[in-house]
Design a protein around this ligand. Structure first.
Ligand code: PLP
Length: 359
C-alpha cells in the first residue's frame, strides 16, 4: 500500500510512539496514574504533561497558553462557542469544523470569498460589526497558504478577534502571527489521534464549553491522557527540529509528481501552497473508478470528511470550479515518510489507470 493521504492523517512518528509507551503501562508500571492526582505517580504524570505543553508551545507564538483538547474540532468549538460571538465572518474554504460550528450558533455567519487561486485576499473586507473572524493557515483540500497575518490585522482593525485553524500548517510553517486563537491537531503532524490544542492569547477571555473537574484552567474539564499529551509533545518537538528538512523533502516529492503527471490541471495556486498537497483535475475523469482500480494507492477524492457524501467539494466550488470539474479532482498528499520511489510508482499507476479511461 502506498499511503498518499497525509492531509487526512499522518503516520505516527516512531519518536512519538516511544514517548507515549511509558504512559500506557498497566499494573506494576509507573505511568497509569491520573495526572490530576496529588500523589507521586500522579505528579509524575502531570510533569510529563507540563513537558508536552512546553513542546507544543514551541509550535506557537509567545504570549499565550496551550489548552489541550480531544481534537482540533473540539478546539475550534471551544474558541467559537466559548467566545459566544454574535457576528462571525469565516472564509468559504474553511473546514467543516469551522463552518458548521459557526452555523450551529444563533448569530449571523458572514462568508468571506476566496479567489480562483484558492486564497482569501489579504485585503479582504471584514464586514462592520464582526466580533470574530476565522481563516485557516493552510487549506486541507488544496494546500493553499492564506495571508493570515494580514487578515488578523484587518480583523483587529474592524474590532474583531481572529481565530486561525492551523491544523494543516502547524509543524510545517512558522506559526500564524497576530491570531487570538490557534487550533492544532496532533495527528496531522505525526502525533497520535485523539488530541488537539487551542492556543489562547494572554488576556483574551473564553467560557468553557465542557464542564466538570475544572482541568485546563477551567476551560476544558476531563482527565487528560498523559500518553496522548506526551506523543503530541514529542511530535511537536520533532516537527520544530525537522521543519526545513521536511519541507525540502516534500518539495522534491512535489517536483517528481508534477513531472510524472504533466497533463493534469492543478487546483489552487502553485507557489503559495504547502507542497505536500497536490490537488489535480482532469476533465471527464471518473474518480470513483480510478480509486477502485488503484486499491493499493491510498489517495483522496477530496477532504476525507466530505468524500463518500457524493457532494462536490465546497472548497473547489468556492474557487470557481464547476460541479463536474470538482468531481474530476483528486488529492495526492505526501510527507515525511513518503519516498521518491513511492511517488514515481503511484503516479505511474494513476497515469496508466487514467489512460485506460480514455481521458
Ligand atoms: N481543520 C482542518 C483544516 C483539518 O484538515 C481538520 C482535519 O481534517 C480539522 C480541522 C479537524 O481536525 P481533528 O481531526 O483534530 O478534529
Amino acid at each position: 500500500m502506498i499511503y498518499l493521504d497525509y492531509q487526512a492523517t499522518t503516520p505516527l512518528a516512531p519518536e512519538a510512539l516511544d514517548a507515549m509507551l511509558p504512559w500506557l503501562a498497566g499494573p506494576g508500571g509507573a505511568g497509569f496514574a491520573n495526572p490530576h492526582s496529588p500523589h507521586p505517580p500522579g505528579r509524575a504524570a502531570a510533569a510529563a504533561i507540563d513537558v508536552a505543553r512546553e513542546q507544543v508551545a514551541g509550535l506557537l507564538p509567545p504570549g499565550g497558553k496551550v489548552i489541550f483538547t480531544g481534537s482540533a474540532t473540539e478546539a475550534i468549538n471551544l474558541a467559537i462557542l466559548g467566545r459566544n460571538a454574535l457576528q462571525i465572518a469565516v472564509s468559504k474554504i474553511e473546514h467543516a469544523a469551522v463552518l458548521d460550528t459557526a452555523k450551529a450558533r444563533a448569530g449571523e455567519v458572514r462568508l468571506l470569498e476566496a479567489g480562483t487561486d484558492g486564497i482569501v485576499p489579504a485585503d479582504v473586507a471584514i464586514p462592520p460589526g464582526t466580533d470574530l473572524v476565522a481563516v485557516m493557515q493552510v487549506n486541507n483540500e488544496i494546500g493553499t497558504i492564506q495571508p493570515v497575518t494580514e487578515i488578523a490585522r484587518a480583523a483587529h482593525a474592524a474590532g474583531a478577534l481572529f481565530l486561525c485553524d492551523a491544523v494543516q500548517g502547524s509543524g510545517k510553517l512558522a506559526p500564524p502571527e497576530g491570531a487570538d486563537f490557534i487550533a492544532l491537531s496532533a495527528h496531522k503532524l505525526y502525533g497520535p489521534k485523539g488530541i488537539g490544542a487551542l492556543w489562547v492569547r494572554d488576556g483574551v477571555t473564553l467560557a468553557p464549553t465542557i464542564h466538570g473537574g475544572g482541568q485546563e484552567q477551567g476551560l476544558r474539564s476531563g482527565t487528560l491522557s498523559p500518553a496522548l499529551c506526551a506523543g503530541f509533545g514529542a511530535a511537536a518537538a520533532l516537527a520544530v527540529r525537522r521543519m526545513g528538512e521536511d519541507a525540502d523533502h516534500v518539495a522534491a516529492l512535489w517536483r517528481q509528481a508534477r513531472k510524472a503527471l504533466p497533463d493534469w490541471t492543478l487546483n489552487g495556486d502553485a507557489a503559495r501552497r504547502w507542497h505536500g498537497n497536490l490537488n489535480l483535475r482532469r476533465d471527464g475523469l471518473d474518480v470513483a473508478r480510478l480509486m477502485s482500480d488503484l486499491r493499493d494507492v491510498a489517495f483522496s477524492a477530496g477532504s476525507a470528511c466530505a468524500s463518500g457524501s457524493g457532494r462536490p467539494s465546497h472548497v473547489l466550488r468556492a474557487i470557481g470550479l464547476s460541479d463536474a470539474q470538482a468531481k474530476s479532482s483528486i488529492r495526492i498528499g505526501f510527507g515525511r515518510y513518503t519516498t521518491i520511489g513511492e511517488i514515481e510508482d503511484a503516479c505511474a499507476r494513476i497515469a496508466a489507470a487514467t489512460a485506460a479511461q480514455g481521458v
